[in-house]
Design a protein around this ligand. Structure first.
Ligand code: ADP
Length: 480
């Protein structure tokens, strides 16, 4: 890995403003090559506990700073991340596998949340409410929740943390991050820059750790942690929610998706193919908002399938550091096994492979388009999290809306249509937290990202993103 600033490749834990080289270590592997790229300090439960204690103390002083002071520090952090974007992208590509250009895109996307919330830090407004009695006045203020514990996945090693830590710090909370064990290096690299930006000791702590369940339990049960913010599977989200129930901790959960992507007869087909390519294959299909079930209306089914297959064939799979590569490896063998299982199941139930369909080598898998996929197939119900595009035929709007909503998940939904009344009807009818109409790319720091049903709680990004890290206090002033 070639870096301009080698000090960004940090392997120590960051606790209370100190870099700690611990005896226990765990290895980080490059999924494209299988090589071990670093050995990272492995925090024990005691280390996590200490980070929480230090975050608890530091939060009091951090919250006393003005919004403008916190904004200035966050803005500095954003600037440093943008300056170091190439190095951060190289680290991300090496530990996670997404191509370099896409890795840099993630760094800038992650940084955009720090920029956005540095601005919002100055705008934590309250309210005054007309009193309910002549001698009373009512004021509503917003205050930071306190110490926030975060648990994040490997698919966006930078952005998932940036999206959480930025609003938390802007609001005046302190933060203990437990990054995914597969991708701690991006978290540590951004922490080096956080320290350089002047984030005070204890306000942002990073505790790399290989035993997720132990660290998670400490974060969820420690009374000094006031809130847990988590991105990952619904299964783990449920475990964390149970663990948080004793302490009635606040939670933000960004969980599994199973996004429907619908192409109606009246859609612009080329635009729909372009959108499907992004929504399906971005990050090699490993995002929670990836199109999982692609429903195509009968009148355009064959034409859409042909165009999507042609575009899919043009993708270049390989090591993300190579020029022109659009699609990296899957993160590990388990991810590959899931893609293969969904593919085998769909084929057994009658689906046909239009393009792709095989493992290339290691965890590299050919981007695959399936036609004639029946609604009973596993791919129609579960998140595949891989480069498999199953095309399901439908006849009517009513039918497809029912199919799309027949899921316990409700994160993102996409559809392509031009009839204005249909656009309104379907956008309103989809049971998801986010809807992309005639676009396959919806993530941005200026909009509220999040799901309904079992896809989660809370929103990240936009002015709404601050609310997840603030408590409302109502003050009643009497005797006036
Ligand atoms: P993914 O399939 O995206 O890895 P997971 O929900 O399994 O989704 O993992 C998301 C994050 O949650 C990872 O950092 C993982 O280490 C962590 N994790 C997994 N199991 C637990 C657990 N029991 N408690 C706390 N964190 C966990």
């Amino acid at each position: 890995m070639k870096l301009n600033d080698k000090s960004l490749l940090e392997t120590r834990a960051y606790i209370g403003g100190e870099w700690r080289d611990l005896d226990d270590k765990f290895d980080v592997t490059n999924p494209a090559t299988g090589e071990v790229i670093a050995s990272v300090s492995d925090c024990s439960v005691a280390d996590v506990k200490e980070a929480i204690d230090l975050a608890y103390t530091a939060q009091k002083e951090w919250a006393k700073k003005t919004g403008k002071e916190r904004a200035g520090i966050l803005r500095k952090w954003f600037d440093l991340m943008v300056e170091a974007a190439d190095d951060l992208a190289a680290i991300l590509c090496a530990e996670m596998g997404k191509p370099l250009a896409e890795s840099k895109g993630e760094i800038l996307y992650g940084a955009s949340f720090i920029e956005w919330f540095s601005e919002e830090a100055k705008r934590v407004y309250g309210d005054t409410i007309p009193g309910h009695q002549p001698d009373k006045r009512i004021i509503v203020m917003k205050q930071p929740i306190g110490v926030v514990g975060s648990i994040t996945p490997w698919n966006f090693p930078n952005a998932m943390i940036a999206r959480k830590v930025a609003p938390a710090l802007a609001a005046g909370c302190s933060f203990v991050a437990r990054p995914a064990e597969l991708t701690p290096l991006s978290a540590l690299a951004m922490t080096v820059l956080a320290e350089r930006a002047g984030i005070p000791a204890g306000v942002f702590n990073v505790v790399p750790n290989s035993k997720a369940a132990e660290a998670g339990e400490e974060l969820c049960s420690n009374p000094k942690v006031s809130k847990i913010t988590f991105t990952g599977s619904t299964r783990v989200g449920q475990i964390l929610m149970r663990q948080c129930s004793d302490g009635i901790k606040k939670m933000s959960l960004e969980l599994g998706g199973n996004a429907p992507f619908i192409v109606f007869d009246d859609a612009d087909l080329d635009a729909a193919v372009e959108g499907a390519m992004i929504a399906k294959y971005r990050n090699n299909g490993q995002t929670c908002v990836c199109a999982n079930r692609i429903y195509v209306q009968a009148g355009v089914y064959d034409a859409f399938a042909e165009k999507l297959a042609a575009a899919t064939k043009a993708l270049k799979v390989g090591n993300g550091t190579e020029d022109g590569v659009t699609t990296g490896p899957l993160i590990n063998e388990a991810a590959l096994a899931k893609v293969e299982a969904h593919l085998a199941d769909a084929k057994e139930k009658g689906a046909k492979v239009l393009t792709g369909g095989s493992r290339i080598k290691g965890t590299f898998f050919e981007p695959t388009v399936l036609t004639d996929v029946p609604i009973e197939a596993m791919v129609s119900k579960e998140e595949t999290f891989g480069p498999l595009a199953p095309l399901i035929r439908f006849e009517s709007e009513e039918e497809v809306v029912a199919l799309a909503n027949d899921s316990e998940f409700g994160l993102a939904g996409y559809f392509y249509a031009n009839d204005l009344s249909r656009v309104w009807r379907v956008a309103e009818a989809l049971e998801t937290g986010m809807v992309g109409v005639n676009t396959g790319l919806i993530s941005t720091e200026v909009a509220p990202f999040g799901g309904i049903k079992q896809s989660g709680l809370g929103r990240e990004g936009s002015k709404y993103g601050m609310d997840d890290f603030l408590e409302i206090k109502y003050v009643c002033l009497g005797g006036i």
